[in-house]
Design a binder for this molecule. Structure first.
Ligand SMILES: [Zn+2]
Ligand SMILES: [Zn+2]
Length: 464
């Protein structure tokens, strides 16, 4: 009787240590969040806030901006305790709350050819796909520079398949929750037998260590040397491009020996330069899947539109452009520089058509409006740069109003132009930059698109 109890006790212990190991493997977690005993042998406990010459540094997110530290009378240590405000949404890193970092083995699962996909890659996609496989096989880094509409997700399939077949853990880090929500079901459908986690603020999969993970870059702050393959999607996109915390998170979450794949349509100037000089390994997909060239933007000077707007008038050329879309019944996006202008101009434009709508980042009806536009219920959608990526609607024209404004960077303008002509059925469309003085960003964006088309032509990737 006693021995049976002991045996089941041992079994329970064995079971729990297995569960704990699964929970902690590949992670760096705050001690306050661990309510169970763990095996000291497999962890390293480090201070989460350290003192430096400048003041403090957060070990989890690398924050050294002293304004983003705060002190409070702490109930846990009974002292005035300093914590990091920058990563506080992931749990509070404070002087008395160390990080428990897993240093033990990380379990791995191998799958035998888990990819279930019968689609076909274009020759340019195939080349990129081969390079991705190569980089994953050799734990190299690679930049996949693919135009908007190239079909970059499919380019990853073979590489992910290869990695999973070798028992490697794969993570795709995306800049925003909506990208994670779009990508995760797509991957789940082509890797049906693979355990997956979709991580974003408030997700059900929190804390999971899966074979295939899709996460916002923020969520990576919980992981430590967990992934054999790290794929960073839309590397140029906000907030990754401006916040060094996120590249720090990527570096910490991947294993020291691992591959790093960056995906982008618009690498920044430094990266473009590194690619040209051969310093950065890259593969380019200069053509869309449907083999039509990228629509090239037309510049149209519209005078001092801000001054005009003070008298509640719009430049004639802009009005004519909008009228032409309405009379042809062709849907269009009108990009504007900021929310205040958007909120003023939408009621004005509704004189032309009552169903014209506006949408911006904080708009509570954002999803409904985008859906209504997709369904063809809104003729013209006025928007800020939030819709520069992701939203793909067939057969639309696009105009940027006030294209000279600093918010319209080269990358934003290339992405905006990339909304046009996405579907094989409607591969062309008008992309117009209405401006009060050409900017470098506008010229660079146009040159970028023209060069991609030239490269595609040279490689025989276009049917013209
Ligand atoms: Zn404390
Ligand atoms: Zn922090």
């Amino acid at each position: 009787m006693i021995s049976a109890n002991r045996r089941s006790g041992r079994l329970v212990h064995f079971f729990f240590s297995g569960v704990i190991r699964l929970y902690m493997a590949g992670k760096q977690l705050l001690k306050s969040g661990l309510s169970f005993p763990y095996d000291e042998k497999y962890v390293q406990v480090v201070e989460s806030i350290v003192k430096t010459k400048k003041g403090y540094r957060c070990v989890r997110c690398d924050n050294e901006d002293q304004q983003l530290f705060a002190s409070f009378p702490c109930a846990r240590c009974g002292r005035i305790c300093t914590y990091c405000r920058k990563c506080v949404t992931m749990g509070r890193c404070s002087e008395c709350n160390p990080l428990v970092i897993w240093t033990g083995p990380i379990p791995s699962t191998s799958f035998s050819s888990p990819l279930k996909w019968s689609g076909k890659l274009s020759p340019a996609q195939q080349l990129a796909s081969d390079e991705v496989c190569h980089a994953i096989d050799r734990n190299d880094s690679l930049l996949v520079w693919a135009v908007c509409g190239a079909g970059k997700t499919e380019v990853l399939f073979a590489g992910i398949d290869l990695a999973l077949s070798h028992g490697k853990r794969v993570c795709i880090a995306a800049p925003r929750t909506d990208v994670v929500l779009e990508l995760a079901p797509r991957l789940a459908s082509v890797f049906p037998s693979v355990d997956m986690a979709a991580l974003y603020g408030g997700s059900q999969d929190r804390g999971k260590l899966a074979s295939l993970t899709v996460a916002t870059t923020h969520q990576l702050l919980r992981y430590y040397r967990a992934f054999d393959v790290m794929i960073v999607d839309e590397v140029d996109a906000f907030p990754y491009s401006v916040d060094p915390m996120l590249s720090y998170a990527v570096e910490r979450a991947r294993k020291p020996t691992s591959s790093l794949i960056y995906l982008t349509a618009t690498p920044n100037e430094q990266w473009q330069h590194e690619v040209k000089s051969g310093k950065r390994k890259a593969v380019m997909i200069p053509a869309r899947y449907h083999r039509h060239p990228l629509p090239v933007p037309t510049f149209e000077w519209c005078g001092n539109w801000q001054k005009k707007w003070r008298h509640h008038r719009l430049p004639l050329c802009v009005i004519q452009w909008l009228h032409a879309r309405l009379s042809q019944k062709k849907q269009a996006f009108l990009f504007v520089p900021h929310i205040e202008f958007l909120q003023q101009v939408v009621p004005y434009l509704q004189q032309f058509h009552p169903l014209i709508e506006g949408v911006h980042a904080e708009d509570p009806k954002r999803k409904e409006k985008v859906l209504a536009f997709r369904r063809g219920h809104i003729p013209i959608l006025v928007t800020t740069t939030i819709l520069e990526r992701g939203v793909t609607v067939p057969n639309i024209d696009v105009a940027v109003f006030g294209a000279e404004q600093p918010i319209f960077t080269e990358s934003a303008l290339v992405q905006i132009a990339g909304r046009v002509g996405r579907s094989a059925q409607y591969p062309t469309g008008d992309i117009r930059f209405f401006h009060f003085g050409k900017t470098k960003a506008m010229v660079k964006a146009k040159r970028h698109i023209v060069r991609m088309n030239d490269e595609a032509r040279k490689r025989g990737l276009l049917d013209e």
